[in-house]
Design a protein around this ligand. Structure first.
Ligand SMILES: [Zn+2]
Ligand SMILES: [Zn+2]
Length: 814
């Protein structure tokens, strides 16, 4: 008899598998979805391992198979185990990442008869029992719900339980079917012969029914029915014209069922690869040769860091590397940070691999996601594109993984377990499947670049812009010292330079982006005269201002102080300056630039499926002169009319209370800089700041990643932050604030004791302190930070009490 180790869909299961015996009539494979008895319930489970001996003395049997085909591949099984161990998440949470969409659906209980009617003696049964048996015999199997409808809930349960007890009936379980409605599209076709139609068209023209005539002529040219949407667009006619023709009996509508395709290929023509620059060629050569070496088993696959300035043609390298992988019989997965914002990228992939591109994202309906998942598993696509979760797509013969904009924070799942980083998961998956990885970025994550410097990854550089044309200059950058503006008597939000440049651009019918970063609502107190920001003396991070208590607070060590009346540095009384929000900025811009048409783009404005695209289209069609926006405007948008980008305040991200604030500022500024001058030679950026000499601003203004990296990695080394350590963030929540703090302190003592007793000397515990978001949905939150070489391994040995969540490799400390 064989045994299976099963990950069970129950919160009690945590990081464990459970042993089950495999009944002789079932053939079980690794990765298969099964029904297992668990306590008094029957639950879903995934088989992770087959063994000859069980890990416990007494085992129950697997109750049945959910689907004959395994839902997880052998490498996905290993990946799920790694995620659970590394991120300390329940095992089934990790498994669930890879299940088909909607897998955790409702379970339907069926009743069937294990014996044939001839084998049964029903003479001693009651009338109700016989009635139920006959019902089951007649239909083969009946859902419990149906029986309840027929007999009433109580009686159905009692009678079936009696019959099951006598061995006359048995239960089985099935998942509720995913309901996918077929997609139907309206088509239009002629109801008469083409010749007759044409003469009718001539008649209609005489009667001045021009649109009706044009529609008939259009249809007469086509042998096949035409999608109504296409006909309407081509002929530029309305529904009334078509309806008029229908009533005359000349044309008719038809509903035709079509295959769902999340990409609309209308307007996308297949395209051939363009000529490459020397730098692109050499990057491509390196990736191609690694793909070939893997295919011929000469070398293990490499992980590449493709570092290219904005507009240097990284996507072209991805596309051609992918074509090579396909040529070698492999397939790819491409991760992009925010799918809704990158239709241009999708179009490029779709035109190079027509009808061979799968798109996965959460805006698809469950049915659409399910369809797409099945088709991916069947090998219908060369490439799967999607956000971080697309790394779990069941793409067979995986040969290449591309992570575009690898530094983006959206690759980390923060809100729920498992709190994984898609980049680290991708590198693990590549190791398990022997796939090549390309990490692409204009501003690589400092940790990624560190690995490239050490030789863990291979560094490929694209130093030149190819957009708008080869060798195009990067935009001119001017850094404005806001202290000088105040000295000169300018108290407006706009420096003299920025307002002059904006006036000029608008007068020239060019476009302007005003960028304002207000990430996560961090509020710091800044002196408007000298730019001084109050920081924690112990942690060196800016203190966060809390309106309600009028107090300054360190979210790492809980240090508190009142707001001073004067600036400790210059004694100015203009100390309590809190910056500005997008709405207020829009108002001020309205006063300063009365003739310009303004458009605001932030998360308050965009809540809906198409609103990002609508705002973007409005701006691209030049229905506005100035776009005021937050982080969203920094993403890879191609807006050729934009010649000026103004950064209202670089200090907001610089003074975010976290050790990654400098890196984040550099990344944001570099991205924003990349938006200017994509359509032609002119491109200008103005950065306003109180810290004009800060290295993140200086190096971003000079487009100098190397210098930024040198400075940043020095600080990381000095303060023992990643990549020189690893972090774990533990957050405790409770409805009572004082209790929450007390439990967090108790946890700290426990961790300290464990560290001491095990003699670990490189692990430190920081805090407890109130979390940056101190109260969430009625619960208070306190946090502890663990810093050292292996916090995850250490924590895996400790039972974590209820109420705590653990985030391994968190994005930030607050
Ligand atoms: Zn000051
Ligand atoms: Zn502190």
């Amino acid at each position: 008899m064989g045994y299976a180790e099963v990950s069970v869909n129950s919160p009690i299961a945590q990081r464990n598998t459970f042993s089950y015996a495999i009944p002789p009539n079932l053939s079980i494979e690794v990765g298969q979805a099964v029904w297992v008895p668990f306590g008094d319930k029957t639950l879903q489970g995934i088989v992770l391992e087959l063994t000859d001996y069980p890990s416990v003395e007494e085992t129950k049997e697997i109750a049945g198979i959910i689907e004959p085909r395994p839902v997880l591949s052998p490498s996905q099984v290993l990946l799920a185990r790694w995620i659970s161990e590394h991120y300390l998440s329940p095992l089934f949470d990790a498994v669930a990442l890879m299940l088909p969409p909607g897998f955790e659906r409702k379970v339907v209980t069926f009743i069937y008869s294990p014996l044939s009617p001839q084998e049964q003696d029903i003479s001693s049964l009651t009338r109700e029992q016989r009635h139920v048996l006959e019902l089951v015999w007649r239909q083969g199997k009946v859902s419990l719900r149906e029986l309840e409808k027929a007999l009433g809930a109580r009686q159905a349960r009692v009678v079936t339980a009696q019959l099951i007890g006598q061995g006359l009936l048995a239960k089985s379980y099935e998942l509720e079917r995913v309901k996918v409605k077929p997609k139907r599209v309206a088509y239009l076709r002629l109801a008469v012969k083409a010749g007759e139609a044409r003469s009718e068209a001539a008649n209609l023209r005489q009667k001045r029914a021009v649109k009706q005539a044009a529609l008939i002529d259009f249809l007469a040219e086509r042998a096949e029915p035409v999608p109504w949407a296409e006909a309407r667009q081509r002929v530029n006619c309305d529904k009334a014209a078509a309806d008029a023709l229908v009533s005359k009996g000349l044309v008719e509508f038809q509903q035709i069922e079509v295959k769902r395709e999340p990409i609309s290929y209308r307007g996308i023509a297949p395209s051939a690869p363009p000529r490459l620059t020397a730098a692109q060629k050499s990057a491509l050569k390196a990736t191609k040769s690694s793909l070939l070496q893997v295919a011929t088993e000469q070398a293990p696959p490499a992980t590449f860091l493709l570092h290219g300035v904005t507009g240097s043609g990284k996507t072209e390298v991805y596309l051609q590397a992918l074509a090579e992988a396909v040529r070698l019989g492999k397939r790819g997965i491409v991760l992009v940070p925010e799918i809704a914002l990158t239709p241009q990228t999708i179009e490029r992939f779709a035109s190079r691999f027509p009808h061979r591109v799968a798109i996965l994202h959460s805006k698809l309906s469950l049915g659409e996601q399910f369809d797409e998942w099945q088709r991916i598993r069947d090998g219908e696509f060369d490439v799967v594109i999607g956000p971080r979760s697309a790394i779990f797509a069941p793409q067979p013969e995986l040969g290449l993984i591309v992570i575009d904009e690898e530094h983006e924070w959206t690759y980390k799942q923060q809100a729920k377990s498992p709190r994984y980083h898609a980049r680290d998961v991708a590198i693990k998956l590549a190791e398990l499947t022997r796939a090549v990885v390309i990490l692409g970025s204009a501003t690589p994550d400092v940790e990624t670049f560190y690995h490239a410097q050490r030789g863990d990854y291979r560094l490929l550089q694209l130093p030149e812009r190819v957009v708008p044309k080869e060798g195009a200059p990067l935009p001119q950058v001017e850094v404005i010292d806001l202290r000088d503006e105040l000295k000169a008597g300018n108290i407006s939000t706009f420096s003299r330079s920025l307002s002059q440049a904006t006036d000029k651009a608008v007068a020239n019918k060019e476009q302007v982006i005003l960028f304002l970063n207000r990430r996560g609502g961090a509020t710091f107190i800044q002196c408007r005269t000298c730019g001084f920001v109050l920081r924690c003396r112990r942690c060196e991070v800016p203190l966060n201002y809390h309106f309600a208590e009028d107090v300054l607070l360190c979210h790492q060590c809980n240090y508190r102080m009142p707001v001073p009346q004067t600036c400790p540095q210059c004694l100015s009384r203009r100390i309590k300056f809190l910056g500005i929000g997008t709405e207020k900025l829009e108002k001020e811009a309205g006063h300063t630039f009365p003739r310009a048409r303004l458009l605001r783009w932030d998360s308050d404005v965009t809540r809906g499926r198409y609103s990002h695209q609508e705002i973007l289209n409005k701006f691209r069609n030049h229905n506005a002169d100035i776009l005021i926006g937050t982080q969203m405007v920094a993403k890879g948008l191609d807006l050729p009319l934009v010649t000026l980008v103004g950064v209202i305040s670089a200090d907001t991200s610089l003074n975010f209370p976290d050790f990654r604030a400098g890196e984040r500022t550099f990344q944001l500024l570099s991205q924003v800089l990349g938006r200017a001058g994509r359509g032609g030679p002119k491109g200008q950026v103005i950065i306003q700041t109180y810290s004009p000499t800060h290295y993140a601003i200086q190096t971003a203004a000079k487009h100098d990643y190397a210098s930024f990296y040198e400075k940043e990695i020095d600080y990381r080394r000095q303060l023992h932050n990643p990549p020189f350590s690893r972090l774990a963030r533990l957050v405790y929540t409770h409805t009572n604030d004082a209790l929450c703090q007390r439990d967090a302190e108790r946890m700290k003592r426990l961790l300290r004791e464990e560290i001491d007793s095990k003699g670990i000397d490189d692990l430190s515990v920081i805090g407890p302190a109130p979390a940056f978001i101190h109260k969430l949905r009625g619960r208070f939150r306190w946090q502890l930070i663990l810093r050292g070489s292996e916090p995850s391994a250490f924590l895996s040995q400790i039972p974590i009490p209820r109420g705590w969540t653990v985030d391994i490799d968190p994005l930030g400390l607050v």
